[in-house]
Design a protein around this ligand. Structure first.
Ligand code: 9MR
Length: 364
C-alpha cells in the first residue's frame, strides 16, 4: 500500500476537475504533515493505548478521544501501535491471542489509507508472565516463538508495511542482551536469524527491521547493528531494514552524525527509518517549557527529519505519539516531558511547524 501515491492521484484529480481557473492559482501550501510530505515518505505516529496508559487518567485514547482520532487520520500516513501488538497484549496466555486492539488500528489505518508499522516480535520487555516464568525447555521456547511470529505476522500479511522483528537486542556497549532477553539467553543468538526467516515466511511483502534507541549516532551500539546486519545479509537472512527510534533529549545534544549513520546502512542495501521520535526536555518549575526550549526542540525535530529526507532508503518517519498528555515520557522521566509536537488541545507547537516547513522545503 502506498498512500502517498494515492494522495497525489487525488490531488491530480482535483486539478483536472477544478477547471482552468485552478491553473492560474498556485497550489495552496499543504496544511497537514501527510499532505506536505514528498511522495514515497510516510509520516507516522504511534497510536496510544496499553502500556503506561493503563494506570493513567486516559484509559484508551484511541477508542475514547475523537479529536485524537481525527488528528491521527488527518496528519499521518502511517501508524504504529504503541503497545497493542506487543506480546503481553496480543498473546496474553499461551493458548490465547487477543487481536482486538491491534485489529482496530489496522482497520482504521486501511480506512484512512495509512501504512502500519508492526511493533514488535522479539524483545526483552513487555513479555507476559506465562512466557518469562514458564520454565520451558529450549525446544518449547523455539516453538512458541515460531508459532507467535507465524500467527501474528500471518494475520496481518499484506497489511503491514514494516515489522520491527527484533527490538533493542544490544545494550549500550554493543553487547547482545544475553541476560534480560529471554530468547537470546535461552536459545542463543541464532534465534535472531530464525525470527527474521519466520517473519518473512509469514509475510514476504513486509519489510523486516532491526529497531533500537541510542543508535542515532555512530557508536558502539550502532556499530554492532552494522556488523550483525552485514553478516546476516551475507548469509541470506531476510533482514531488510534498520531503524533508529530517536528518543532524543535536549540535555544530551543532537546526534550530529545521524545522516551519516543511516547512510551507511542504506549503503548495505537496507531500508532505513525513524520510528519513535520525541524530544524530551526539563521544563522550569512552572511546568511550561521556555521559548528557547521549544525552539531548540523544533530544531531537533527538523534535523531528524532532514536526515531521513537525505537518505534515499528512508521511507518512513514516525513520531512516538502525541499530544504531550499521551506521551510515555513523564511516566519514565518524572522531571521531563513536553516531548511531542502538539499541546494537549492538539494545537501545534513550534516542533510541528518545523516538520511542516521541512517537508514543504523538501518538496519544492
Ligand atoms: O510508549 C510505550 C509505553 O506506553 C510503554 O509503557 C513502554 C513499556 O516499555 O513502552 C513504550 O514504548 C517503547 C517502545 O515500545 C520501544 N522503544 C522505547 C519506547 C519508549 O519506552
Amino acid at each position: 500500500m502506498k498512500p502517498i501515491r494515492l494522495a497525489t492521484t487525488a490531488a491530480m484529480a482535483l486539478t483536472v476537475f477544478a477547471g482552468p481557473a485552478a491553473h492560474a492559482t498556485p497550489p495552496a501550501q499543504a496544511d497537514t504533515l501527510r499532505d506536505a510530505a514528498p511522495g514515497g515518505l510516510a509520516i507516522g505516529s504511534a497510536v496510544a493505548g496499553g502500556g503506561h496508559h493503563e494506570d493513567a487518567q486516559y484509559p484508551d485514547p484511541f477508542t475514547s478521544d475523537q479529536p485524537y482520532r481525527d488528528v491521527l487520520s488527518s496528519e499521518f500516513s502511517s501508524l504504529s501501535p504503541e503497545n497493542q501488538m506487543k506480546w503481553e497484549y496480543i498473546h496474553p496466555q499461551r493458548d490465547t491471542y487477543d487481536f482486538e486492539a491491534a485489529d482496530r488500528i489496522v482497520d482504521f489505518a486501511e480506512r484512512n489509507v495509512q501504512e502500519v508499522r508492526g511493533h514488535t516480535l522479539l524483545w526483552h520487555s513487555q513479555n507476559p508472565d506465562w512466557l518469562e516464568n514458564g520454565d520451558f525447555t529450549p525446544e518449547q521456547l523455539r516453538d512458541i516463538l515460531h508459532e507467535h511470529i507465524s500467527t501474528v505476522v500471518g494475520r496481518y500479511a499484506g497489511r503491514i508495511e514494516q515489522w520491527d522483528v527484533a527490538n533493542e537486542i544490544f545494550d549500550g556497549n554493543g553487547q547482545l542482551r544475553t541476560q534480560d532477553n529471554i530468547w537470546i539467553r535461552e536459545l542463543g543468538p541464532g534465534i535472531i536469524a530464525d525470527a527474521f526467516r519466520w517473519a518473512h515466511e509469514a509475510d514476504p511483502s513486509a519489510k523486516l527491521f532491526f529497531n533500537d534507541y541510542g543508535v542515532e549516532a555512530i557508536n558502539a551500539k550502532s556499530d554492532a547493528y552494522y556488523e550483525l546486519t552485514r553478516q546476516l545479509r551475507a548469509e541470506g537472512v531476510p533482514v531488510e531494514g534498520f531503524s533508529a527510534q530517536a528518543h532524543l533529549n535536549l540535555e544530551d545534544g543532537f546526534p550530529a552524525d545521524l545522516t551519516r549513520n543511516l547512510q551507511r546502512f542504506a549503503d548495505l542495501g537496507l531500508e532505513t527509518a525513524i520510528t519513535e521520535l520525541d524530544v524530551r526536555l526539563t521544563p522550569p518549575e512552572s511546568g511550561t517549557p521556555t521559548e528557547e526550549q521549544l525552539a531548540e526542540q523544533a530544531d531537533y525535530y527538523a534535523r531528524t527529519l532532514q536526515a531521513c529526507l537525505r537518505v534515499r532508503t528512508c521511507h518512513s518517519f514516525t513520531v512516538w505519539g502525541l499530544p504531550d498528555k499521551y506521551s510515555w515520557v513523564p511516566s519514565t522521566f518524572p522531571e521531563q516531558g513536553a516531548a511531542t509536537i502538539m499541546w494537549d488541545d492538539f494545537t501545534r507547537k513550534p516542533a510541528y511547524h518545523s516538520l511542516l516547513d521541512t517537508l514543504a522545503a523538501a518538496r519544492s
